[in-house]
Write a protein that binds this ligand. Sequence first.
Ligand code: FAD
Length: 256
Amino acid sequence: MGAECSIDADSPPSKASSGSGKSTLLRCINQLEVISAGRVRLSGVLQGYREIDGKLHQLSQRQVSEQRRRTGMVYYRRRMMPIASFIVVTRPLTPEEVEATLPGNRNYTNSLNIANYFRLTPDNRLLFGGRAKFSAASNQKTDVRSGELLRKQMLDVFPQLADVEIDYCWGGLVGCTQDRFPRAGTADGLIYGMGYSGHGAQLSTLIGNVLADIAMGRTDTNPIGGMDWNAVPLHTGKPWFLPMVGTYYRLKDMLA
Ligand SMILES: Cc1cc2nc3c(=O)[nH]c(=O)nc-3n(C[C@H](O)[C@H](O)[C@H](O)COP(=O)(O)OP(=O)(O)OC[C@H]3O[C@@H](n4cnc5c(N)ncnc54)[C@H](O)[C@@H]3O)c2cc1C
């Protein structure tokens, strides 16, 4: 109560005895706790509330999210871009349709910049994935639209499936780096492994072990340690440039 605390953004993570309130302070700064007394200001900006004539008015959840975007992970937000990724799955194909589609039952990817990948599932459905739209949004509405786009891409490759229904469609955001190569190490007081750029299913499990090693003080097991990782120019968190990047790579793919 009444304590005033000023923290320099460049100072190392605070060390204090267990139970002294380190986590609670961090949780308050990130607004994971309701700040019930006093005020938390970050770079002079009041957190969680708007003050009008000395009275505090709690911010809406949306405004809190907006504030949080500027609170933490600044180092990472300037280096990482969220990009939506999608998958559609057809109904089970008949043996004749399988024969006319993927007779060798292999896994495939094409060599486009905005690539598609596809395979049969154990019950002979065609699973077809890709970027569909180059955007940083993935919710039910955008996923449906992206599913439709992905189906069009699927029919470009397999026009014989025009009458085959899509049974499933899902999507999510993948974290991309500028060179689409992952990074792992420590920065800003955090141990991190990220930026798998849509290829993390295998590597993230390996890097998980590496991060555990780093936490135990061992750094020589990190195969991608020490790589340069510059901020993306003009990128402060919202990847406003993604539609342009998507158009550029689509044009390259069309001209290739
Ligand atoms: C549609 C789609 C298709 C993909 N296809 C492929 C593919 O074919 N091959 C491939 O290699 N990769 C693919 N990927 C990418 C792959 O899934 C990721 O690269 C990989 O999962 C990253 O692993 P991760 O452990 O870093 O993160 P995640 O797998 O995302 O794990 C992070 C975990 O942390 C949890 N979490 C988040 N916030 C909190 C919190 N505040 N508190 C507690 N828990 C939290 C999440 O719930 C999640 O379980 C695909 C991704 C998508 C979306």
